[in-house]
Design a protein around this ligand. Structure first.
Ligand SMILES: *Cc1c(COP(=O)(O)O)cnc(C)c1O
Length: 224
């Protein structure tokens, strides 16, 4: 693909996002996070040159390394992966723009402790397992509100900004939609939350129609 063809490809994704968000409302703004976990620094640079600023990684080490390689660019890094306890300090050092995958109260308490030690804060989303899949991380929908409030009141160094979910892993659109609706309902019950992060390459339009205002698109953005 030439740079021009690649730009047209990205434009077509942006148009699809536009169409989906306008079907909700002209005031419904959606942010695209390009998930670069399958891509190298050069590919990220190519996408940056087309205008993309927000990128997501699911491994702390990859985030650290790619951010270092591209340190001269004004990129916004999102961490979207499973955070093991022994990687907490590495994530704090990487200082992501947004930690999207905070998936338990236990992890929040540990992260908060380390943030306090480092005299710093972190913006985060509570990950909700709205698809009820064992393979997925996140808190169960039934306890999400309670855990969100608990983190809010207990963890002074974590700024919760909203929620994140991965859509149900199935071909059945109805079931995927249900998982998005479950997350959006919780989002709408939170008073100060601003971010509802849902939707990936295969399901971002449906996610936006269900109220997502942040999509995480990987394989499609990078042509993988
Ligand atoms: C990989 C990943 C994505 C992007 O997935 P694609 O299907 O490649 O768009 C989004 N969110 C999370 C949490 C991921 O791990």
């Amino acid at each position: 693909m030439t740079q021009l063809e690649y730009k047209l490809h990205i434009d077509s994704i942006i148009e699809r996002v536009e169409k989906a968000r306008l079907s909700v409302s002209g005031h419904h703004i959606v942010k695209i996070v390009a998930v670069s976990k399958y891509s190298d620094a050069q590919e990220i640079r190519s996408l940056y040159e087309i205008g993309q600023r927000a990128f997501g990684e699911n491994k702390v080490q990859d985030l650290t390394q790619k951010a270092q390689e591209l340190y001269e660019l004004p990129l916004e890094w999102h961490f979207i992966g499973n955070l093991q306890k022994n990687k907490i300090n590495h994530l704090i050092k990487a200082d992501p723009f947004l930690f999207q995958s905070l998936d338990s109260l236990e992890l929040a308490l540990e992260l908060d402790k380390r943030l306090e030690t480092n005299a710093t804060k972190m913006d985060a989303l509570l990950q909700i397992n709205s698809a009820y899949e064992e393979s997925k991380s996140g808190v169960m929908p039934e306890v999400a509100l309670e855990i969100y409030e608990q983190i809010n009141s207990t963890c002074k160094h974590i700024n919760l900004k909203g929620v994140m979910s991965i859509g149900a892993h199935t071909e059945d659109k109805k079931i995927i939609q249900k998982s998005f609706e479950t997350t959006h309902k919780i989002f709408s019950e939170l008073t100060d939350a601003t971010i509802c992060s849902m939707g990936m390459s295969q399901d971002f339009e449906l996610a936006i129609q269900c109220g997502s205002n942040m999509v995480r698109i990987g394989s499609l953005m990078f042509n993988k």
